[in-house]
Ligand binder design. Sequence first.
Ligand SMILES: Cc1cc2nc3c(=O)[nH]c(=O)nc-3n(C[C@H](O)[C@H](O)[C@H](O)COP(=O)(O)O)c2cc1C
Length: 336
Amino acid sequence: MTDYPLTSALMQRGTDFLGSRYAILCGAMSWVSERNLVAAISNAGGFGVIACGAMTPELLDAEIAGTRALTDRPFGVNLITMHPQLFDHIAVCARHRVGHVVLAGGIPPKGSVEAIKAFDGKVICFAPTLALAKKLLRSGADAMVIEGMEAGGHIGPVSTSVLAQEFLPDLAADHLVFVAGGIGRGEAIASYLEMGAVGVQLGTRFACARESIAHPDFKKAFFRANARDAVASVQVDPRLPVIPVRALKNKGTEEFTAKQIEVARLLDEGGIDMGEAQLLIEKFWAGALRRAVIDGDVENGSVMAGQSVGMVRAEEPVTDIIAELMAQSEAALASR
Ligand SMILES: Cc1cc2nc3c(=O)[nH]c(=O)nc-3n(C[C@H](O)[C@H](O)[C@H](O)COP(=O)(O)O)c2cc1C
């Protein structure tokens, strides 16, 4: 017997794969998804994911050990593919026998998927297009996350509802697909499960949970904000393809425009190449996000948030958030 039989039945393949009670992942959020939130999510029956972000391998090592001390439930680690120490991060995951590694931020470099599978880790990838998803699945990815532009943080150009219609009819029968981006309530979870998703990934809804170490002012900014406050960054120079980031609009959003102009000038002067330019941009985001999440500077920092931010109104324990999502999904399915 489960508390939510209809939802749990549709999540079965997802929960078998993750080893968690519910196929609800808390997407990795740099600075936010550290041991406390990750362990709380996994202890509540969801699936927590550590955000490695710009961490050194030593810091990642400590974070995994710290998380293990707080939970004996499964959790994952999210690695950024463009990090220059990606393979060292994978070695740390291997040492800790991390069950699931999420490769984010771009196409996994050669050998990375193999290195994770070599220690029996499961590989979860993001795919922006159906063709790339198929290629990644052929090359060994065990599951996919499709993430629409409603999400907080780095985003693609297509909405979750369109991605779901493009990917799920083709992939759902034979592959494990989790849907992310803009999910704030259980009714939406129910509808993606009915379309064939095996689970969902949420970030914004969990960022301000009681167990999240985010600064009280970061949380207050979330509670005050509505969907239209969570805007995507604009690209100022066509030669500098920056991945857009969705965050609450503030002075930091404007600073990003200035940063892009500065990096484009460096490119023009030949001082840096495109790879270095993109790393400079990513470093900007990591620093700006830290300022908002840890220091509470919500004016100048980057308050990354998805469009579902309007559905986050108060600081709640993770167990309550998950119970509410599951109950809403269950009621929706029961009423069909
Ligand atoms: C504050 C914040 C930081 C994030 N940082 C990362 C990250 O470091 N790596 C990553 O893969 N995704 C990151 N994301 C995306 C989340 O993992 C998740 O996929 C997304 O939040 C889901 O969409 P939602 O915000 O609409 O729930 C971040 C999201 C937020 C809100």
